[in-house]
Design a protein around this ligand. Structure first.
Ligand SMILES: Nc1nc2c(ncn2[C@@H]2O[C@H](COP(=O)(O)OP(=O)(O)O)[C@@H](O)[C@H]2O)c(=O)[nH]1
Ligand SMILES: [Mg+2]
Length: 638
């Protein structure tokens, strides 16, 4: 089953030139499925049919030719691999021949067959003349060297030859990549009795399976794929290039409409602002800066305001330039997606373009840096693009962020990131193989390291008595870099021996706390007071009064003594000299040896000489230190 190659064939051409009749002659299916279409004999909306040819399955998307239904045509044209460009022998080139031709070029369709239809209606001389006209018309375009076949849906002339040409081209074209993240722009939604909601579309990338969870963009609603069909057959897996009908569980028919996109859950973000390269048709009027136009991409449409990034007042006909597009409603777009621009009134196709960035900043117009950045994205080299993206991301980029912004697979992202890291142009933080890695440009990371160093220096300068700054405080003072970036910067500084860590504190390497002579005296005094007090310690307030330094400094000196473990904090406001605590341990050992492990509070007060006020917190401290254990009202010496 999977050996079969799936190719989407789309029709294009003026109304009544025989597109639908041709699809029926090729497939046996009349693509005009709507009641109104059958009655009026015209195509209004997209029609579908299938043809199996020797290992290739062709999914046909038949589009309407009428100028009023170009928007329906656009919804069908975006997923096409091969276009059947239809021109009737008796009418030759007409307005929608031109418009559809422009649309195919702007969408970047690269493969086509020109079919001269209704060949039974005219003489062979007329067919020859039409051929010449068409050759002239397509010169210099993707259709220049396309096969041109005269056919008749009525007599069957040329139909077999056309099938063989389609097969030849279908075999030559490379398959769409099923390893990409899947996207299915929805072109139809209906409810089926007993099945619920069904959506159809051309699977333009990736693969979908039954039971997959899917997300519906831009609404972000989720649903489960209950079943998949393609061409009337039930399938387990749909592949890129396949017409696909998905039966969705967990969603109502009226919650979905054409223009929405099914994609893998949680990967993407819809956007209402994008940077793009746009091209104006030679036949269009100049496009003014800030003009509003219709934008069509996939099956979606939106109104967009166009900001010309060159700084010019208008884009001249036939020209291409970078622009920022601001959409009235969010749409799921990825770089590389092609779109069509149509004028608001009268509604005609005026141009199109290619999405370059779906998370752009507000640019100044005529900014050389922006131009260079977009040129890099336009060239499409993955390493260059990723480097350019990191260069504009001051906080670095996580794997999910890169994925959402590029649509690349994890393998592609990691490959490009590692190449860049090897040549030291970027840093991979948090582990190259880890899904939580953060990518940061070399210079941006160096800036971050420098900021952290400055914050450490600033901390030491304003806190000369403190040994170092707690990590989280340092991170906050350095502009709260991402955790992976912060850790990576600290690691670098440690390896370079620029900083030292003690527990949670970060300090400049080799730094000693420098105390002034008064502070040194105060420190000695505090220590002596506590040492001589033993277990009947002074209150710190009383002590303060005797010291030659102001209270704030004294507090810090106290902290230093605690950190040096000269003093021991037993409870809030209850501090002992470590010698007193050591002596207490000895007393307990002696008591246990002489009088047993049982220690009532009374006995404790008696041997230590402390009051009840001190006895309770001291005992609780001893419990915490696992020197004693509380049993009822007594302690057991351990
Ligand atoms: N004589 C002749 N008429 C055709 C041929 N193909 C289509 N037609 C007629 O042309 C009209 C328009 O055909 P249709 O397929 O609906 O055109 P579409 O608008 O391009 O889809 C219909 O009346 C068809 O019967 C053909 O090969 N020969
Ligand atoms: Mg038709």
């Amino acid at each position: 089953m999977d050996e079969i190659k799936h190719i989407i064939v789309g029709t294009a051409g003026h109304i009544d030139h025989g597109k639908s009749a041709l699809v029926e002659a090729l497939t046996g299916t009349n693509p005009d499925r709507l009641e109104e279409e059958k009655r009026r004999g015209i195509t209004i909306d997209l029609g579908f049919a299938f043809l199996d040819l020797d290992g290739v399955r062709l999914g046909f998307v038949d589009v309407p030719g009428h100028e009023r239904f170009v928007r329906n045509m656009l919804a069908g044209a975006s997923g096409i691999d091969l276009v059947l460009f239809v021109i009737a022998a008796d009418e030759s080139i007409k307005p929608q021949t031109r418009e559809h031709f422009d649309i195919c070029r702007l969408l970047g369709i690269s493969l086509g067959i020109i079919t001269i239809t209704k060949s039974d209606k005219v003489s062979s001389d007329v067919v020859a003349a039409v051929r010449l006209e068409i050759e002239e018309f397509v010169r210099g375009s993707f259709l220049e060297s396309a096969p041109m076949i005269a056919v008749s849906a009525h007599s069957g002339a040329g139909i077999e030859e056309l099938k063989q040409e389609m097969l030849r081209l279908a075999r030559a074209v490379s398959s769409r990549d099923e390893k990409r993240h899947f996207r299915l722009p929805i072109d139809r939604v209906f409810a089926m009795k007993g099945f619920g909601t069904v959506v159809t579309g051309t699977l333009v990338a990736g693969a979908m399976r039954v039971e997959d969870e899917v997300q519906i963009y831009p609404t972000r609603m989720r649903a489960r794929v209950r079943g998949l069909h393609s061409g009337g057959q039930q399938i387990e897996r749909a592949l890129a290039g396949q017409r696909t009908a998905a039966n969705l569980a967990g969603i109502e028919r009226d919650e979905i409409s054409r223009g929405m996109v099914l994609a893998a859950p949680g990967l993407f973000e819809p956007t209402s602002r994008l940077d793009a390269e746009i091209t104006l048709l030679a036949s269009a009027r100049p496009l003014k800066n800030r003009a509003r136009v219709h934008l069509h991409q996939g099956t979606a449409e939106s109104v967009a305001e166009i900001i010309l990034l060159s700084g010019g007042a208008a884009l001249p006909p036939g020209k291409t330039e970078f622009a920022q597009l601001r959409l009235d409603a969010p749409v799921l777009l990825l770089p590389g997606d092609r779109f069509i621009l149509r004028q608001l009134s009268p509604v005609v196709t005026i141009g199109g373009g290619k999405v370059l960035d779906t998370r752009p900043a507000n640019h100044r117009r005529n900014d050389e840096g922006v131009k260079a950045f977009l040129q890099t994205l336009e060239r499409g080299d993955k390493e260059d693009s990723l480097l350019a993206l990191t260069a504009v991301s001051s906080r670095g980029l996580s794997l999910p962020e890169i994925l959402a912004r590029t649509g690349w697979t994890n393998v592609e992202i990691q490959g490009a990131a590692e190449t860049l890291a090897q040549s030291k142009r970027v840093r991979i933080l948090g582990g190259a193989a880890s899904p939580t890695f953060v990518l940061m440009s070399g210079p941006r990371f160096a800036d971050c390291v420098a900021t952290i160093r400055k914050a450490i220096e600033a901390f030491h300068a304003s806190n000369p008595l403190l040994p170092g700054i707690p990590k989280q405080e340092l991170r906050a003072r350095a502009g709260t870099p991402r955790a992976e970036v912060f850790q990576g910067a600290l690691d670098d500084l440690l390896i370079a021996r620029a900083i030292a860590l003690s527990g949670d504190l970060v300090q400049r390497a080799g730094r000693e706390i420098a105390l002034s002579p008064e502070e040194t005296r105060a420190k000695e005094l505090i220590e002596r007071e506590f040492a001589s007090a033993g277990l009947s310690v002074p209150s710190f307030a009383t002590l303060l009064a005797k010291l030659p330094v102001e209270p704030r400094r004294a507090q810090k000196i106290l902290q230093i003594l605690l950190r040096e473990k000269v003093l021991v904090k037993v409870a809030e406001d209850l501090i002992f000299h470590q010698m007193a605590v050591a002596k207490l341990r000895e007393m307990l050992a002696k008591y246990k040896k002489e009088r047993g492990a049982q220690l009532p509070i009374g006995a404790f007060k008696e041997i230590t000489g402390v009051t009840r006020k001190y006895a309770i917190p001291l005992l609780e401290y001893l419990d915490r230190e696992h020197l004693t254990r509380r049993v009822g009202d007594e302690r057991v010496i351990l």
